[in-house]
Design a protein around this ligand. Structure first.
Ligand code: GLN
Length: 537
């Protein structure tokens, strides 16, 4: 048995209160006090993972080193904590039921009737404790997705109730994140929605230990006292979480409010050390006091929901801070770019990033954006589908292969410069079957990419089915686009660049997943540096 302590984070009143950010901020403070901490997200939907979800549903699908397709909150956890997460850090109802049903088919339940309680709840508890049982963590923070009171959250809340009882009050606690709305007409902050959500939690047998209250205005002592009285907590356990200028302010705000201290007190943990946020605050200082500004066009087809590109925009913030530069994003819908208007729409930007994506919607616009960047020597960064578009554009417009395409968009195209990986040919299922997770890549010395990373062997995360078709490599290289990163095991081309262009790099992998506050991604840092140089011309 490990001595791991458990902190559960539930949400009340409404979704989108930022449970992930609160969990990550608390974890950061505990980590900076010297505790080893990890965060887990439990998602109550029935998909096995978000890999099959359209980004419009829940935003970006994040990918871990071990190839799990996960909720975007795991991206926040990694960006804040600077430690990798894994498959075990994100569990959905689909996955819980799948493993219970698999066990039932194997006969593991020995003739018993399989039920939500105890079988589903046992499986949920097992998944929560898997991380604790590794012995690697002093504290596991588990965020329960959804809002208390939802039908689909019930088995999770029941599992939390059981775990609180089993572990004892010094070893497991609940933080309830709630909203204190401000009624402009009355000029007042209102506590009633919180009272109701706590009541609903209590009806399930769970009493919160700490309330974290999202608010647009300062919460007075009187309101804290009222909340404490009606929600059965002590006044010092009511923590204000006021709207912040940036999500990266939240650890400091939670530190001021003493969230880490109340948590440690309840878990009977002591730490001499105050959280040390020097590097974090240096990042924040540079982020908030930029000396220059660049504008980057982000070309994608899901831009109506900017969360679809969460890791990319966060990587811009990290790279911007590191260059003391404000990175302004010009959101450009790939479907809105036409041969007539693309120059106008892209005029004035200092860099162009063509984003990852699937399917043929907006493809022509993406190709036009690549062409504009290439011809006008504007720094260009292509990620995954963006890299594939760069290869297609080059083949069409420089090699003169007018029908060059990807077999993803045109199955029978004459010049499939991007085609299905051999390993994908017999794959028919969509879920969890792409090339996923971390793969090594060997970089060519004297290349842009090598200059950015300053090393020869890198490891980056993937999520795709199609690849650069090596049959075209010689022709493409002859005309000036070079393959400067190769997978040493499979020989697949992972990076292309145009050496005669100031900064033109396409990567088959997703560097954005690995950018953190402490380690801004070198490729993003270099891209922003190139954009800065371009802007000063
Ligand atoms: N649709 C492309 C592929 O499957 C690119 C995927 C992506 O951009 N993540 O290869």
């Amino acid at each position: 048995m490990s001595n791991t302590k458990y902190v559960f984070v539930t949400g009340g009143v409404t979704s989108s209160l930022g449970k992930g950010i609160i969990a990550a901020s608390l974890a950061k403070l505990l980590q900076q006090r010297g505790f080893s901490v990890t965060i887990q997200k439990l998602d109550p939907y029935i998909n096995i993972d978000p890999g099959t979800l359209n980004p419009y549903e829940h935003g970006e699908c994040y990918v871990t080193d071990d190839g799990a397709e996960t909720d975007l909150d795991l991206g926040h956890y990694e960006r804040y904590l600077n430690i990798p997460t894994s498959q075990a850090n994100n569990v959905t109802t689909g996955r819980i039921y799948q493993s219970v049903i698999d066990k039932e088919r194997r006969g593991d339940f020995l003739g018993k009737t399989v039920q939500v309680i105890p079988h589903i709840t046992d499986e949920i508890k097992h998944r929560i404790q898997l991380l604790g049982d590794t012995g690697e963590y002093d504290i596991v923070i588990t965020e329960i997705g959804g809002t208390v009171g939802d039908i689909e959250s019930l088995p999770y809340v029941e599992s939390v109730r059981q775990m609180l009882w089993e572990k004892g009050e010094d070893n497991a606690i609940v933080i309830h994140l709630t909203l204190i709305p401000f009624l402009a007409a009355a000029g007042e902050l209102k506590t009633k929605p919180t009272q109701h959500s706590v009541k609903s939690l209590m009806q399930s047998g769970v009493s919160p230990d700490i309330l974290v209250c999202r608010t647009e205005h300062q919460i007075s002592d009187d309101i804290k006292r009222k909340l404490a009285l009606f929600c059965n907590v002590k006044k010092e356990d009511v923590i204000q979480s006021i709207d912040a200028e940036t999500i990266y302010d939240v650890p400091n705000l939670m530190l001021e409010e003493g969230l880490d201290e109340v948590v440690l007190k309840k878990l009977k943990l002591t730490s001499e050390k105050k959280p040390e946020l020097k590097v974090w605050n240096e990042f924040l200082r540079k982020h908030k006091n930029p000396t220059s500004e660049v504008e980057i066009a982000l070309i994608g087809k899901y831009i109506e929901l900017q969360d679809s590109y969460k890791s990319i925009t966060e990587a811009f913030i990290h790279a911007g801070s590191s260059n003391e530069t404000k990175v302004k994003v010009r959101w450009v819908h790939s479907e809105s770019l036409t041969p007539k208007n693309y120059e106008n729409k892209l005029k004035g930007v200092d860099g162009i990033l063509v984003a990852p994506g699937f399917g043929d919607r907006g493809i022509d616009g993406k190709i036009k954006a690549v062409q504009y960047a290439r011809e006008n020597k504007i720094p260009f960064f292509g990620i995954c589908l963006g890299m594939q578009m760069a290869v297609i554009e080059f083949s069409k417009n420089v090699l003169g292969l007018v029908d060059a395409f990807s077999t993803e968009m045109k199955k029978d195209c004459k010049n499939p410069v991007i085609n299905l990986m051999e390993s994908q040919e017999d794959v028919t299922d969509k879920g969890g079957t792409m090339r996923l997770g971390a793969w090594d890549c060997k970089l060519e010395k004297d290349s842009k990419i090598h200059g950015a990373y300053q090393k020869e062997l890198i490891s980056e995360r993937h999520r795709h089915r199609y690849e650069f078709n090596s049959d075209y490599k010689d022709q493409i290289e002859l005309k000036g686009m070079k393959a400067t990163g190769i997978n040493p095991r499979t020989g697949l081309v992972e990076v292309v660049e145009i050496p005669s262009h100031p900064w033109f790099v396409g990567v088959q992998y997703h560097p954005e997943y690995k950018s953190t506050v402490l380690n801004p991604h070198p490729l993003f840092v270099d891209f922003i540096k190139a954009a800065l140089k371009y802007s000063k011309k």
